[in-house]
Design a protein around this ligand. Sequence first.
Ligand SMILES: Cc1ncc(COP(=O)(O)O)c(C=O)c1O
Length: 462
Amino acid sequence: MDKKFRFSNTHTDFQARDAKVVFGWRYSPRIIFKAAKGTKLIDMDNNEYYDLTSGMMCMVLGHSHPELTEVMREMAGTFLHQSSWYSNPWAVEFAERLGENTPGDLKVVNFAVTGSEANEIAMRMALAATGKYDIVSMIRGLHGGSLAVEALTSVGGNRRKNLGPLMFPAKANALLPPYCYRCPVNNTYPGCDIACLKSSEEMLEFVTSQNIAGIMAETIPVPGGMIVPPKEWLPRLAALAKRWGALLILDECQLAPARTGKMWAMEHYGVTPDIVTWGKGLSAGLAVCGTITTPQIAEQVRGDAGLLWAGTYSSDPLAAAVALKQLDIVLRDKLDERAEQLGAIAEAELLALKSKYSCIGDVRGKGLYRMLDIVKDPGSKIPDPIMAERIRYNCALEGVIGISVKHYFRFAPPLIVTEAEIKDIVGRLDIAIKRAMDGFPRDVDVRESSSLSIGDRPIAAE
Ligand SMILES: Cc1ncc(COP(=O)(O)O)c(C=O)c1O
């Protein structure tokens, strides 16, 4: 049952020009979008598609939200950029509002422009606060692509291929993931008593110099497989960090605000870290990211390890004003509650697909962030990245733009999505999975689809 994309000459021409001059990840076919509104993207031929990943998980309020557009218009004519050596009211208020809505004594913001930079700032803070050196991270964690955080990232694919000694301190990926679906220590929850963490502590002794400044982890590791930890894991990780005299750094770039059903995912576990890093969803799609720490740690690290930290675009007025407005809307409209309620509906719909299709091994996630684990068969749980890519391709044919990374297919619509839209999206996903399981399209090429793509070769159908 073949179905084809049909692109106009203008669209095809842009696709060819993009391939020639832009060195960027691209799924096949290279759909070129010209606009976006609400939950939808619009391509050069005016075809509409649901945006199932909220851009790069940034567009919490969907695209072209009227209240944000208004702020952008106003700020464009008022104040766009300034020297990072001065401040502006929007940055101050945004930092205040973040602090007011973050657990514990996390009140002081260091702005950055990417999640990677935020995590590097957190690394500097850990070194400065403890006087130690090792930063320990988790296998299957992702913390960004600049080289220091790439060393803490371990999600496979081609990301670290041939980077060699630039990957310092790579050997510090010492924590085993609490990945119950494919348990790294071949045990079963809850009888395991979180054996993965016990083994991880042993690893710390074996592979670090036992001089641990910080332990960095995503609260729910997303790119590594939407690993929702059992409830005991994070409190025990916090206790482990304390035992080793290390700061606990939680990376919530993928998770905050509200997406998992709480403002911060850490609130599901009752754990407050020493530093939390944020980006994507809190950025509203602009270059505003950062760290939040306690006043005490901020004072302690001032003047050390290059801190405080600011680059060219840190806390720019337009970006700060838009992010502030977005956060106020998230709070005003209680989007955490909405994500929880609609997330339960999405989960039920996706579980119904799981019972229908043997290629869905597991459905994991929280709130409006879910992931399908695509497998050869549920018994073996052998990952099937080819099938995941086929599903993504067929979704695009059905008017749903999603991402499949390795064998994980993400479900992360803007938090303004409605129940009817969720059902419509899942209906289209159903058609896409059926066609994928029928073997369409035959040949799949994911070489340029993301930093996590596997291997150098096109993956042909077996
Ligand atoms: C959990 C996590 N942390 C950090 C980053 C890096 O963010 P950025 O791409 O803005 O540098 C990412 C990016 O995907 C991420 O998923």
